[in-house]
Design a protein around this ligand. Structure first.
Ligand code: PEP
Ligand code: MN
Length: 362
C-alpha cells in the first residue's frame, strides 16, 4: 500500500506511521518536493484504506500489485500509479574500522577460497588479499569469502570444517582486518553463524528454502543471496521478499550462472549478465557477480570478472588461491580457483575499466 500525503501535513505523516507500526507493518517514508509518500511493507491487506484516506492531508492511497513489493524500485499501483524508491546501501563494518559499502559506483571485491580447508590455506590467501587491498588502495572495498558448510553434489565429498572453519575465519579476520562472508545451509546454523560472520551467504541450492530465508532475514545481518541455478528472475526476487519481509533489506543479490545448454564441456553454467540491468531497474537491491561458479574454469574467470565491471555490477565474488597451493590438494572447486597473481591482474584491469565512462543511455 502507498500513501501520498501533502508535504505540509507532518503530523499526519507521524500519526499514520505510528498506526502502520501498531498494525504490525513497516512504514518506508520517502520525502519528495511536494508530497511525502509512505510505502507500507508487510501484510497491508489488513489495513483499512478508507480509514487512512480520512486523515487531513492525505492525497491518495493505493494498493500495490508488484509480486516483490518490499524490494521493488518502482511501486506500481492498481491504477498504474508509480512511486520510485531509492537504491539500498548495504554497509558491512570491517574490523579494520572501514565499512564495505555496497552502493552504486563502489564495486566491492569479495575473494577467498571456496572452502576453508586449513588455517594455513585460508590465512595465506587472506594475507595476500590484504596486501593487494593496501597496494591498490581498495581496503574499504575488499572482503574475504570461505565456506565452512559446503553444499556438495555428492555426499562423500568434503563438506566443510564447520565450527573449526569458523574459528579459522575469525582468526584470519582479526589478523587481516577483512570482514568475511560464509554460507549458511540450514536453519539451525543461522544463530551460530550470524553471531560470528559479517555477512551470511545463501547459496544457489537454497534459493527457495523459505524457512532458511526467513531465519536468516530475522538476524538483520547482510545477506548475500544467490540466484537459483535455474531460477527465472521473478522467482528469485519473489523469494528475496522472504528475507526483506523480516524487516531486513540488507540483501545483496548474486548472479552465479544458470543451467542452460552448456554444462561442463567448456564452462560450468551460463552467466546471465543482462540480469544486472534487470535487477537494477526493478529493485532497490545491489547485485554482484560470481564468475567462479559460472565459469567453472580458472581461465574463463578473468573475462567474466571484467565483464561484471563493464556491466556495472556492485561487486564480484571470486574463488582465489595462492601460487603455492597445488590444485590437486584442493578439496573443493579446484578447477575454477584463480591464482593470486592472476587476481591481481584482474583487479588492475577492473580499476582501469572503472575509469572508462560507459554511458549508453539515449
Ligand atoms: C559457493 O559460493 O561456495 C557456492 C557453493 O556457490 P553456489 O551456491 O553458487 O554453488
Ligand atoms: Mn565453490
Amino acid at each position: 500500500m502507498i500513501i501520498e500525503i501533502d508535504k505540509e501535513y507532518e503530523k499526519t505523516v507521524r500519526q499514520i506511521r505510528e498506526w502502520i507500526i501498531q498494525n504490525d507493518c513497516r512504514p518506508d517514508v520517502l520525502y519528495g518536493d511536494l508530497f511525502t509518500v509512505i510505502a507500507v511493507e508487510g501484510d497491508a491487506t489488513r489495513l483499512d484504506k478508507e480509514y487512512i484516506e480520512n486523515y487531513p492531508g492525505v492525497v491518495r492511497v493505493w494498493r500495490i500489485s508488484s509480486p516483490y513489493k518490499t524490494i521493488s524500485r518502482k511501486v506500481i499501483g492498481d491504477k498504474h500509479q508509480k512511486v520510485e524508491r531509492k537504491r539500498m546501501t548495504v554497509r558491512i563494518p570491517g574490523p579494520d574500522g572501514k565499512d564495505r559499502v555496497f552502493r552504486d559506483g563502489n564495486p566491492i571485491f569479495i575473494a577467498g577460497p571456496c572452502a576453508v580447508e586449513s588455517y594455513d590455506q585460508t590465512a595465506s590467501v587472506a594475507d595476500a588479499l590484504s596486501g593487494l587491498a593496501e597496494k591498490y588502495g581498495i581496503r574499504h572495498r575488499m572482503m574475504l569469502r570461505g565456506g565452512v558448510y559446503k553444499p556438495r553434489t555428492r555426499p562423500w565429498d568434503f563438506r566443510g570444517l564447520g565450527e573449526e572453519g569458523l574459528d579459522i575465519l575469525d582468526k584470519v579476520r582479526d589478523t587481516t582486518g577483512l570482514p568475511y562472508v560464509t554460507e549458511v545451509m540450514a536453519v539451525d546454523q543461522v544463530c551460530g553463524l550470524s553471531q560470528r560472520a559479517d555477512m551470511l551467504q545463501i547459496g544457489t541450492r537454497n534459493f527457495q528454502n523459505f524457512n532458511l530465508l526467513e531465519a536468516a532475514g530475522q538476524t538483520g545481518k547482510p545477506i548475500l543471496y544467490k540466484r537459483g541455478m535455474a531460477a527465472p528472475l521473478e522467482e528469485w526476487l519473489s523469494a528475496a521478499e522472504y528475507i526483506a519481509l523480516q524487516g531486513n533489506k540488507n540483501i545483496i543479490l548474486c548472479e552465479r550462472g544458470v543451467k542452460s545448454t552448456t554444462h561442463g564441456d567448456y564452462n560450468r553454467s551460463h552467466i546471465d549478465f543482462d540480469v544486472i540491468h534487470a535487477v537494477r531497474n526493478r529493485t532497490i537491491l545491489p547485485i554482484v557477480i560470481d564468475p567462479s561458479h559460472s565459469a567453472g574454469f580458472s581461465e574463463l574467470v578473468p573475462f567474466q570478472f571484467a565483464a561484471a565491471c563493464v556491466y556495472q555490477a556492485n561487486g564480484t565474488m571470486v574463488e582465489v588461491i595462492t601460487d603455492k597451493i597445488e590444485r590437486k590438494n584442493i578439496q573443493c572447486d579446484a578447477r575454477q580457483a584463480v591464482r593470486i597473481h592472476v587476481y591481481e591482474k584482474m583487479i588492475q584491469a577492473f580499476l582501469d575499466l572503472e575509469k572508462i565512462k560507459m554511458e549508453f543511455r539515449e
